[in-house]
Design a protein around this ligand. Sequence first.
Ligand SMILES: [Ca+2]
Length: 298
Amino acid sequence: MGNSRKSAGTAPYGLQYDLDSKRSCGLGYHVDRKEVVRKHMASSLRARALLFCVLALCACDRAAELEYRVLRTLPHDSGAYTQGLVLHEGWLWESTGRYGESSVRKVRIDTGEIVQIHRLPEQYFGEGLAVVDSQLVQLTWKEGVAFVYELDSLSPRDTLAYEGEGWGLCYDGQALYMTNGSSTLFRRDARTFEVLDSLEITRDGFPIWNLNELECVGEDVYANVFLRDEILQIDKATGRVRGVLDAWTLVVGSRRPAETDAVLNGIAYDPSARTFFVTGKLWPALFELEIDGVGGRR
Ligand SMILES: [Ca+2]
């Protein structure tokens, strides 16, 4: 029994050790190659499966690219420093900004003709605009006041107070959604203007700042982002950006003036035609678009 083994066992990573045997590398270890290969393959498969799941989750979370087509290019007042845009009963309603130039106006879609206008006192800078029933609500930038107008006459009817800056505004039939230049989307009571709740807007897991003009469409809120040539489709229940429309072609085709302020800003939706109207500050053009997958279009 001189060659009998005193003991044997399995070391980590598939190495079998034999205390008596000196056959393996002079270290007293014997490599079970089949076992090593089997465990290596199992480990490799687990790693690949994990990587696949991570990539799949990332892919699911990533915002999709929104395809669109321009249906019409229409005239737009190149003096309008557009800050809010909404469509109601076949008319465009527009809020314009800048101190001393701010207004709210009713605009004929096809021609860009201003058929009604109310000018704000010079200490107010107009911002986001929404239609709530038979009234218009217009934000101001830093003045902490929203103006309420009668829709049919543009007569001021009321004011609403809020803290912080006012940027974008839209109404989904239940509540108002508002931005203030941060990454937060606020939901407000349409009557009292109280904040009901708020959401951080994220794209591919990261917060998006400078959310500006808004448009409520179904379960989404569409937003353009200050100084970016993009329109975001945001799930208003989660704050996640579901889709991104690259608006660079619109920016180039707008014949906007060579001013840094002349950025994309203004989204309105026509639920009957299921099309969007998009413009920018001081742009001489207004675009009517259809976006794939929105409002039943494919
Ligand atoms: Ca809008």
